[in-house]
Design a protein around this ligand. Structure first.
Ligand code: TK8
Length: 336
């Protein structure tokens, strides 16, 4: 974990000189500063993408400086999102999953084994369904500006190779803080426990938990292979990153400023997907040299899928039946 420079409380960070952030400065002494918080470290493509956003924005207007804070120095995803809702932070780019605590509709992305591949993910997020999901954020004091990539999630653990669902029996796994992931892993026979991302490395290192699941770039760049021996290509869920702007701060901006910010977030999407996918391949190769890697056969994959069938049913009412139906049809349409 590379957040070693600082360890501050979340709320009062503005102007704190000890924080390690990348600044993109406008050529204007009166520029307003937009702070972006990300939970991952500065090696991950998300950090680079956030800086890229700042560069695009300063090309379009000299009204803003952009500061990007990595490794949850400002706050981990859940708290950062609340700060954005309260107008205490301008921007966070987070996995959708922790957002679900306040916005149950967002649980739809946590339903396991629904999105089969990246092309389908792109089509669903870039189409009507993705727009509809961004729109519902407004009632929550959030402006959702773009879907970026975290990627398909894969399992690591330190006990045994997981090649079949039977291998999961009793494994203690960290999941993101969402009931749907907890329920999914329980249905698959594991013993899941929710934990904020910034506690994960220590949890693995100290053996509080035996395993976790994340996309390859996070596993590699956060160094989980240092404390985990086995990697399985489970690809069980695709949870996107979402670019969230504070509605309270947004409403104070001019339409031209809003447009420049919205365009920069949106235009960074392709760049972000490209570098994240390259890193996923690169990270997988690197991980294979230090971990024992297992692929899941089609037959076994079906057993995983069967085991989690109750999960959609269990959570449809909370997410909203309509949203679940729209999601499943968007996926089906994109898969044709
Ligand atoms: C990083 C998180 C992370 C997520 C997790 O801030 O918590 O496991 O995958 O990407 O959003």
């Amino acid at each position: 974990c590379s957040g070693e420079e600082v360890n501050v409380e979340s709320e009062d960070t503005s102007g704190d000189e000890n924080l390690d952030a990348e600044e993109v400065e406008a050529d204007n002494p009166d520029a307003q500063t937009l702070r972006i918080s990300v939970g991952i470290n500065d090696q991950h493509p998300l950090y680079d993408s956030a800086i890229h956003f700042g560069e695009l924005l300063t090309e379009k207007t000299d009204d803003f400086n952009v500061e990007v804070y990595h490794s949850a120095q400002i706050a981990a995803d859940l708290v950062a999102t609340e700060m954005v809702q309260n107008g205490d932070l301008d921007i966070t780019i987070t996995s959708t999953s922790p957002v679900m605590n306040n916005i149950p509709e967002y649980g739809v992305f946590d339903l396991p084994f629904v999105i089969p591949d990246e092309e389908v993910a792109d089509e669903v997020l870039d189409g009507e369904f993705g727009d509809q999901m961004l729109d519902i954020l407004e009632d929550q004091d959030l402006v959702g500006l773009a879907w970026w990539e975290n990627g398909f999630r894969n399992l690591t653990n330190d006990v045994r190779p997981v090649e079949s669902i039977d291998d999961l029996e009793g494994l203690t796994l960290r999941t993101m803080e969402t009931d749907i992931h907890l329920d999914s892993w329980s249905e698959m026979g594991a013993n899941p426990t929710p934990m904020a991302f910034d506690e994960l490395y220590t949890g693995l290192q100290q053996g509080t938990i035996e395993g976790q699941e994340n996309p390859y770039p996070i596993i590699n760049l956060e160094g989980y292979h240092e404390v985990q021996q086995y990697l399985s290509a489970t690809n069980h869920v695709y949870t996107p990153y979402i670019f969230l702007f504070s509605k309270q701060i947004w409403d104070e901006l001019t339409p031209e400023q809003q447009e420049a910010i919205a365009e920069s977030a949106y235009e960074t999407r392709e760049y972000n997907r490209e570098i994240t996918r390259d890193e996923a391949q690169n990270s997988l190769e690197e991980l294979q040299s230090s971990m024992e890697f297992s692929e899941i056969t089609n037959e076994e994959y079906e057993r995983f899928q069967e085991a989690v069938e109750p999960v959609i049913e269990n959570h449809s009412a909370t997410i909203g039946e309509d949203i679940v139906d729209d999601f499943l049809s968007a996926v089906e349409k994109a898969s044709d």
